[in-house]
Ligand binder design. Structure first.
Ligand SMILES: Nc1ncnc2c1ncn2[C@@H]1O[C@H](COP(=O)(O)OP(=O)(O)OP(=O)(O)O)[C@@H](O)[C@H]1O
Ligand SMILES: [Mg+2]
Length: 236
């Protein structure tokens, strides 16, 4: 069953159109990776799905319901969550305060439960609960950004370049955590990545986006084995 369907959307900033007819879908519990060169519109696609920018044409369906023009908070209420490429934590707040903010739509008890769960999934954050987020390492910040977005117990989890700026070892940890989240919580996950090997390794399918349009799509293992795609988009 398709849980999310993005059907031929045109979207952008103000009057400037960046996405010229992009389509993706996600089955329940599927993990997909979206790759593509700088400026292809990958981040713009997630912002459009989340409701942060205007969709000029085309539609988005969530469990069969048309949600194209819903606001971000309405999307959050339906189970959407999004970890932006940058600025995914509040540096001057503590780790715990960041998590509380992430659970803003819920009751106090549910927030406390969510924090307990987050500390189980990300033990490193439990040790640093009272530290300011600004003092965390890049990898720890990324973990906190993910934990914060998971506070609303989302069904759709979208991550914009979770490994950006991280060392290979730390980015490996981030991807194994994402795989862990998927196996333990069974969420539909969309990952955008420049460095796509690790991401495709934990994905079911992948898309290549170029200049605001779909260029290619296939099963993740097929993409990893595709010489042309490897050369063009995965650095050989
Ligand atoms: N806030 C904005 N206002 C106007 N144009 C924007 C804005 N953000 C991005 N753009 C433009 O939209 C296009 C696509 O940008 P986007 O950030 O979606 O690409 P991307 O595929 O995520 O690239 P990267 O791999 O560098 O993150 C670019 O031409 C960019 O300049
Ligand atoms: Mg981007």
């Amino acid at each position: 069953m398709k849980i999310l369907e993005v059907d031929n959307i045109f979207a952008g900033y103000g009057k400037s159109e960046i996405l010229h007819g992009v389509s993706i879908y996600l089955e329940k519990n599927e993990v997909i990776t979206i790759i593509g060169p700088n400026g292809a519109g990958k981040s713009t696609l997630l912002k459009a799905v989340m409701g942060y920018i205007s969709i000029f044409k085309g539609d988005i369906y969530w469990k069969g319901e048309k949600v194209t023009q819903l606001r971000p908070d309405e999307k959050v209420n339906r189970g959407f969550a999004y970890v932006p490429q940058l600025g995914n934590v509040f540096p001057s707040l503590t780790v715990r305060e960041n998590l509380e903010m992430g659970g803003f739509i819920q009751s106090k008890e549910v927030i406390e439960e969510g924090i307990d769960k987050a500390f189980e999934l990300f033990p490193i954050l439990a040790d640093r609960a009272r530290k300011k987020a600004g003092t965390l390492s890049g990898g720890q910040r990324q973990m906190l950004g993910m934990a914060r977005a998971l506070m609303t117990d989302p069904e759709l989890f979208m991550l914009d370049e979770p490994s950006a700026g991280l060392s290979p070892k730390v980015s490996e940890e981030v991807f194994s955590t994402i795989a862990d989240i998927h196996s333990k919580m069974g969420r539909a996950i969309v990952i955008i990545e420049q460095d796509a090997f690790q991401s495709l390794n934990i994905s079911d399918r992948g898309y290549v986006l170029v200049m605001g349009q779909n260029e290619f799509e296939d099963k993740a293992d097929k993409i990893l084995a595709n010489e042309k795609i490897r050369e063009a988009y995965l650095g050989g």
